[in-house]
Design a protein. Structure first.
Length: 162
């Protein structure tokens, strides 16, 4: 089971760094992805990104279709959000790297994400609702962004309107 330690702290330099693209699709990547998945499951998360275990590479794991008969765990390598819908919604988020912290975050309700699988093949998913939210949250991690930053952005926009 979980062999990886989750790094924490909103000012942790690993969590604040831009992650590097994966270039080698080999057995070590597959092993890392398995360990990352095990770590996420043990921590009861809906997603986990490589920086959260101290590795600044563009990989994350996410649970899609949570608590449905179609629930699946997907590894996304070198993901890129290609587009998003116009509609947003504000919902509470938490993070395995920020234990005990929760807050309302505005996210797009629909996104299209392209990524590579563990063997390097390209996939494109159109996601909605919670699936879209989790992918945006994890994608932020590989770009050095935490949900607290998104909360601050919302507060700043609200202050401009006052």
């Amino acid at each position: 089971m979980a062999k990886l330690k989750i790094v924490t702290g909103e000012n942790n330099p690993i969590l604040r760094a831009m992650s590097e693209p994966v270039k080698k699709f080999d057995a070590s990547l597959k092993k890392f992805a398995k360990d990352l998945k095990d770590t996420m499951i043990k921590a009861e998360g809906l997603g986990i990104a490589a920086p959260q275990v101290g590795k600044n590479i563009r990989v994350f794991i996410t649970v899609l279709n949570y608590k449905t008969e179609h629930q699946v765990v997907v590894t996304m390598v070198n993901p890129e959000i290609l587009s998003h819908g116009k509609k947003t919604e504000i919902k509470e988020e938490g993070c395995l790297s920020l234990p005990g912290k929760y807050g309302d975050v505005e996210r797009f309700t629909e996104v299209t994400v392209a990524f590579q699988t563990l063997d390097g093949s390209r996939q494109v998913f159109d996601l909605k609702g919670l699936n879209a939210r989790v992918v945006q949250h994890e994608n932020d991690h590989i770009n050095g962004v935490l949900f607290l930053d998104r909360m601050k952005e919302m507060e700043e926009r609200e202050n401009l309107l006052l």
